[in-house]
Ligand binder design. Sequence first.
Ligand code: URP
Ligand code: ZN
Ligand code: ZN
Length: 459
Amino acid sequence: MSLLIKNGEIVTASERYVADIFCENETITRIDKNISAPAGADVIDATGKFVFPGFIDPHVHIYLPFMGTFAKDTHETASKAALVGGTTCFIEMICPSRTEKPMEAFDLWLGKANANSACDFTFHMGVTRFDAEAEKDFRDIVKRGCSSFKVFLAYKGAFGVTDDELYNTLKLAKELGVIVTAHCENAELVAELQKKLLAEGKTGPEYHYWSRPPVVEAEGVHHLMTFAEMTGAHVYIVHTSCGEALQEAMHGSARGVKVWVETLIQYLLCDKTDAEKPNFEGAKFVMSPPLREKHNQEVFWNALAKGFASTLATDHAPFDTTQKKMGKDDFTKIPNGIPSLEDRVNLYFTHGVKAGRIDLHQFVATASTNTAKIFGLFPRKGTIQIGADADLVVYDPNYKGKISAKTHTMNLDYNAFEGMEIEGRPTAVTVRGQIAARDGKFVGKVGRGKFLQREPNHF
Ligand code: URP
Ligand code: ZN
Ligand code: ZN
């Protein structure tokens, strides 16, 4: 089956022009004016619409055993939600417990995604323990096509690594040509601050912020910069939330550290006061690092516009309102996460492009192309060119709608962006040449998603 997209305005990170796109055998085979449709081809009229490369979310959690429960989405529900919102590919974090063997965890996560995901996917391999046995597995996992690691400097006693584990992970990554993504918060300080707040009877969701203030995140980034400088490893800071942390990354970069910064749609549109909402509503807005003071939003809009932040992700980690109640009497037990896999692109387009904060090319770069480049998926993903996978988003910039849990696709009983207006939405989304979503509805095939193997040393 072939696909022809006619008369769309093609927008990549660097180009903008009107042309037709013809796709066959899962890839883009021709880009030209006035291509005629062969018999049997699917034809999409994209007149008056943008055609973007499929958007890529560099940071999602789907199968996630965490804080005594499991995230709500399956690969089926998450990939459907991703596609409806224009995300055609995601990178999921494999998060094993310290006692799990890394290779068994890799097979477990791959087994859950294979046959269930409707869009393409790959993984960051979580390093939650580093010893000789684990190291052998990490070497083999890289050979199996997983060329990025994930470390947590937070979550003491769970996913968190010690300094010698961090050092050895970065050393191995440098040797193998693998990039290390990192959650940067000082675990010891978080643990001490949590103890202190609870002892003072401060148990509500609004105190989550005070257990992880900006300085705790900035220290985590500084720590990572020091270790990256000593080892020469390439590092990527996930979910950067505050100006203090961004500055530490930029200081590292000025010293020659190979560092990339990710921020999240939640940090651009929500703030600390959301987690202060009464009647435990604030629990829906508990994530780590926490939502920050509003002035940080401008910092990250500027960072994305100017390229100091390379990617906009979601850190999708869905826990429903019943699960959030696990922390009713103790904020440290509220499962962390604000899901947004489905809404990232439309919210970013609305508040970034339409609001004049982000140039259209920078929008594509930070929501797709840069992720493909940083993590070894480019040019197969992240751009529109002959030979690339035919993951395309025909986007109506004039659509107007509202976000609601009543109409979303994610497997969740709330939406943190409930009632927010959006301007712009995909009218058609393709996965390797097949239409997978149309006008807010999934129409694709569960199980069609492929595991994307990525080579190391692609920098
Ligand atoms: O609150 C968050 N970020 N939840 C997901 C786990 C993580 O730290 O990425
Ligand atoms: Zn994290
Ligand atoms: Zn995460």
